[in-house]
Write a protein that binds this ligand. Sequence first.
Ligand code: CO8
Length: 260
Amino acid sequence: MSYENLLLEIDNHVALLTINRPKALNSLNPPTIDELSRMFAELQANPEVKVIILTGAGEKAFVAGGDISVMQPLGPLEARSVAQQAQQLFNEIEYGNKVVIGAINGYALGGGCELAMACDIRIASDNTKFGQPEINLGIIPGWAGTQRLPRLVGKSKAKELMFTGDMVDAVEAERIGLADRVVNQTDLLETAQQMAGKIASKPQVAIGLIKEAINNGLEMESQKAFAYEAELFGLCFATEDQKEGMAAFLEKRPAVWKNK
Ligand code: CO8
């Protein structure tokens, strides 16, 4: 399948996916959202790929938001449809079976901040600015920002950021829990690759079950979530990797994972 707005490299079980519209600061128009949906479906189905790194082309922006020139003339039903299309993509990223690391390399604003928040982990370069500036356009976040941001930074900080439209720099983003790590821009991809390589070297069934336990469990009442975790923990004992991992520990040798 061909992609006009995306670049892809796959190396050693890690896919590096780059949104490539640097002249428009990688802002997301409907064709790019459509390409991202097709690409994530392809990568989730590719057994060679264990971890996906998502970044933006150029040194200035990860994604500067939804494409405002496309949004400007929309009617309410079209705007709702664009919101639903992107929300579906972001759900596929958050709930999909592969780990997704956001390598956030500059502005992550509006829909760009919402896309970053759908990633499992965010590593930000020191020039990154996060924000939900939709209020300055007379709209509210529509790609699940009103839901994912408070879950990451708390209700009142999320309201402050959305009411004011203010951006936060990478250090502040790390302090409030929006970024997990901050590095020099020159080190960003290498740091993401190192983390991706480490995660790709782990037993993948258990990695997938951790993702499921956290994502689904956080949406449940706590006693139900504990029971759900116990079920998934039990499921690990149906895998060859549980047998191998424990045998290897007891035999004092490195484990050889089969990812099944
Ligand atoms: N959409 C379209 N084009 C953009 C966007 C964007 N979000 N951001 C930047 N661009 C374009 C600029 O228009 C400019 O194009 P050109 O060179 O043709 O004039 C080019 O990228 C470079 O941008 P600037 O010249 O503005 O660069 P600066 O360094 O001066 O400023 C900023 C960088 C601060 C990032 C500035 O570009 C900016 O404020 N951008 C807009 C940020 C924003 O408001 N993002 C939120 C958009 S709304 C959103 O994401 C909601 C999505 C949900 C939609 C729901 C359903 C419809």
